[in-house]
Design a binder for this molecule. Structure first.
Ligand code: NAD
Length: 283
């Protein structure tokens, strides 16, 4: 069994991005800019956004942080997005989710110019992914694929089972695996006999949000197990996979923390570079 070290893979990717970004900036003669919008004071969101800003500094992206108090009129956020859409120094725009209660998340996300949608949540970017022509792909799913590739784990022809069908993780992970010629099953909260599906997985991706849902009896000997879940429990952070019992059966497994998590931010940096290159005529 090998533990997939997302932290060091993410660092490696960021180091390579730093060089690629410096080259792109020199070629185009202008800096790369990412706007990060945070509404309210959700402690986890604050940590995520400050980590994103720090990663920007690391790789050479100019970050612009916009913080709004919970209760700020939606129009103020929409008018900022509209200004950022038109601002040539901003190549990527992200709104940290979840938004506080009362905000229309769909409306706010839809306001972002799809070419600056570095989270890849827009119908345009999701549509491209599903048509097999991905451009800006949601960061966590992209991170999952990057981990599999980094460890040279074959995907083509394998049985991949994705547990979870959200628009930001489950469905795009499934699309990416399908795009790479895996045979993909998507399971969700209404799937009867979940274990019957997961036991057939060569590659098992858990993106549910239920601590330790996946136990050893649900996993095939030698499976590759990717745990996207981040669950805050009394004992600290836990994944969707019961790492202790599953690890001895797996050929590769991601820990939580230190697995998929760090990859998400590395992929955000990569998407911001991609958006910049697309906006500067590189397809
Ligand atoms: P979500 O709540 O939007 O979706 C959860 C999915 O799990 C749903 O499709 C639901 O049908 C399915 N589900 C719920 N209970 C189930 C059950 N008992 N059996 C089978 N399926 C079940 O969540 P999400 O946004 O996709 O996030 C999933 C997890 O991944 C969360 O723990 C979240 O914190 C984590 N996450 C991590 C990162 C990262 O950077 N590592 C990024 C995004 C989300």
């Amino acid at each position: 069994m090998r533990i997939i070290d997302g932290k060091s893979v993410a660092q490696d990717i960021k180091n390579n991005l730093k060089t690629a970004i410096a080259r792109a900036v020199e070629r185009c003669g202008k800096p790369i800019g990412l706007a990060v919008i945070l509404v309210g004071d959700n402690p986890a969101s604050k940590i995520y956004t400050s980590n994103k800003v720090r990663a920007c500094e690391e790789v050479g992206i100019s970050s612009y942080m916009y913080e709004f108090k919970d209760g700020t009129p939606e129009e103020d956020i929409l008018s900022l997005i509209s200004r950022l859409n038109a601002d040539e120094t901003i190549n990527g725009i992200l709104v940290q989710l979840p938004l506080p209660k009362g905000y229309d998340e769909g409306k706010i996300l839809k306001a972002i110019n799809v070419h600056k949608d570095v989270d890849g949540f827009s119908a345009f970017q999701i549509g491209r992914l599903n048509m097999g022509d991905p451009q800006l792909v949601p960061c966590t799913p992209l991170g999952v694929l990057a981990l599999l590739d980094y460890y040279n784990i074959p995907i083509e022809g394998k049985n991949a089972v994705v547990v979870g069908r959200s628009n930001i993780v489950g469905k795009p992970v499934a699309s990416l695996l399908l795009f790479r010629n895996a045979t993909v099953t998507i399971c969700h909260s209404r799937t009867p006999d979940l274990a019957g599906h997961t036991k057939r997985a060569d590659i098992l991706v858990a993106a549910v949000g239920r601590a330790k849902l996946i136990t050893a009896d649900m996993v095939k000997e030698g499976a590759v197990v990717i745990d996207v879940g981040i669950n805050r429990t009394e004992a600290g952070l836990a994944g969707d996979v019961d790492f202790e019992s599953v690890a001895p059966k797996a050929s590769y497994i991601t820990p939580v923390p230190g697995g998929v998590g760090p990859m998400t931010i590395a992929m955000l940096m990569s998407n911001t570079l991609k958006a910049y290159e697309l906006q500067n005529g590189k397809d």
